[in-house]
Unconditional design. Sequence first.
Length: 299
Amino acid sequence: MAEITQRAGNWYFDGSVLRIVPGQGKGVHALRTALGELTVPLEAVAGVSFEPGRKHDRLRLSLREGADPLTQATGGKLPAAADPYLLDVPHERADAARELAAEIRAALETERVPGGPADHYLLPGPKTPITLHASDGEATFDGQRIRIDWGWGADDIKKNSGARVIALSDLASVEWAPPRIENGFVRLHPKGAHSTSKPSHDPNCVVMWGWREVKDVTESALFVAALTAALPHPSTAEGAASPAAPAVAEPLPRAADGDAGSEQDAVLRRLWELGELHDTGVLTDEEFGAAKKALLNRL
């Protein structure tokens, strides 16, 4: 068995299954703790990499598309601290991390695990019922339907529409934008309809203002993962994206060339990239702060 055990978290690989056990303490993101121990079958793995860094090194597990509801739902937008498939490794444990990565890669080759999309989920979604306490309302999924009750922070458009109830069978997809630089949201896309309203005005959307980012990311990621696991798999005709609703967790569409929004989209995407570089130690606090300030001045 190949393994790496440390305060940040433990990975154990027995040749067919990778067990990911979250670390303990204040430095561990609440999403990792909420997910608990993950059992990742080898057939769900697309690859693994060891990434040297300035402050620490990192192991990165890549899963096959469509293998994991959480990965499918969040679409690569999880903050590094929350991503259960990233493991920060102290420099002194680099040899153990490289050995574990080599063992996984060797097993993938030996077992001839396909690197293409999976045709069904190989990991389970979060258990239901599950509730998201957003800034403007509370959304609950009981496994069969989603109910949204509006709170004091909701726009009048939402309050006047009353409680929103959508059966799972009437739902085409769910869209997730985590709170980080801007407010986050979870938007439901019923079949046959696609709203272009601002998240704060859309009765099928709950908004997270971002002042409690860790809790919002945790609850909303678990919520959309539970919905994604319950919806038809993307490989099926029913689960495929349609013009009426974007694919699950697809990034927001870019503005057309020449639109004022295109510049803003580019800046926001670059801020995300800078955040990842800062998280991995490639950028120092000073370098990140200066680059972030320069970009925000362009908004």
